[in-house]
Design a protein around this ligand. Sequence first.
Ligand SMILES: Cc1cc2nc3c(=O)[nH]c(=O)nc-3n(C[C@H](O)[C@H](O)[C@H](O)COP(=O)(O)OP(=O)(O)OC[C@H]3O[C@@H](n4cnc5c(N)ncnc54)[C@H](O)[C@@H]3O)c2cc1C
Length: 349
Amino acid sequence: MLDYIIVGSGLAGISFAETVLQKDKTILVVDSEQRSSSLVAGGMYNPVVLKRFTEVWKVREQLDIAYPFFKSLEDKLQVTLDHKLPLLRRFSSVEEQNNWFEASDKPNLSTYLSSQLIKNVNQGVHAPFSFGEVFETGYVDTALLIEKYRSYLKSSKQYLCEDFDFTELTYNSDFVTYKGIKAKNIVFAEGYGMLANPFFRDLPLDGTKGELLIVRIPQLKFDEILKAGVFLIPIGNDLYKVGATYDWEDKTDAVSEKGKEELLEGLKSVINLEFEIVEHIAGVRPTVKDRRPLVGHARESSRIHVLNGLGTRGVLLGPFLARELYQNIEQGVPLDVNISIERFYKKKL
Ligand SMILES: Cc1cc2nc3c(=O)[nH]c(=O)nc-3n(C[C@H](O)[C@H](O)[C@H](O)COP(=O)(O)OP(=O)(O)OC[C@H]3O[C@@H](n4cnc5c(N)ncnc54)[C@H](O)[C@@H]3O)c2cc1C
């Protein structure tokens, strides 16, 4: 009997798979490879909410788990995934500079926000009010991670490429069975696909579509992540990811003219250089109405679990939530109320 069947191999599914493999558990991952938010993500991580200059929830813990987690994946897959890069937040006014300095004085934020104003020296960039630097930032190459991790799973016969068929799933108090394969537990990490899952589709996952451009800007030569309305992530060879849009109405993965225009407008407000669009991609982030993750087990069975609601911050939340769920299943450690789906079950009682 396997320890886990995991449905989904985006950031959530991979985080859980790797967390349990590191504990010598056995797994089978099922994924239809049809739509994935992780494949189109910017992959950026940063410890601060850059609109309001506040600390991300439990971010120290998240970073401390994410760093060794991605390092061990790099060693295992023999690729570079975690690109540690400084992030420069462009200021749009003196008032914003003042808010920043006020925030950088707070004990919880002083580790992450520089108290120096960084003057712009790049002719191609428009930043009359300078930048503030955020520490402990970077981006994870999520598309490369998924490609390499799935190859690893396939070559080690731990992977089924198919749409999960719920009519083939049975369960009792000791184990679950899928197409004759027994496992002690099943974890659903389907991202926005969760809405087709009969055990969890009532949870308030609403989804936020995001679009992103990859552009070539040969003259820019900017080596930091730049945040100024849009973000620009330098990914090498004069290429930059430019993102991202937020659309709460359209739930498709189709790129749109409207999304492209919005990103181009944002880009042109930061740089005054020639550029070429190389790629335009879109996906639906698994966002939740109360902006918190969805972790826990189904009402029908304590062998059926969900790991979802990574929202806009899958890179840091994935490894952290995977550990929380693992400790909950294996050691009975209660889930934090901020992530547990019990908050919705209780409301309905
Ligand atoms: C444009 C954009 C930019 C983003 N930028 C960032 C960023 O810079 N930093 C950051 O941290 N986050 C970012 N995100 C958010 C991040 O992408 C998500 O938080 C994260 O990818 C969610 O991962 P997931 O594994 O839950 O879902 P997904 O990546 O969507 O993975 C779900 C997987 O489940 C599979 N699946 C679903 N249903 C089934 C089924 N029935 N049978 C079989 N397989 C199934 C799918 O094929 C898919 O592979 C961005 C998102 C978008 C759209």
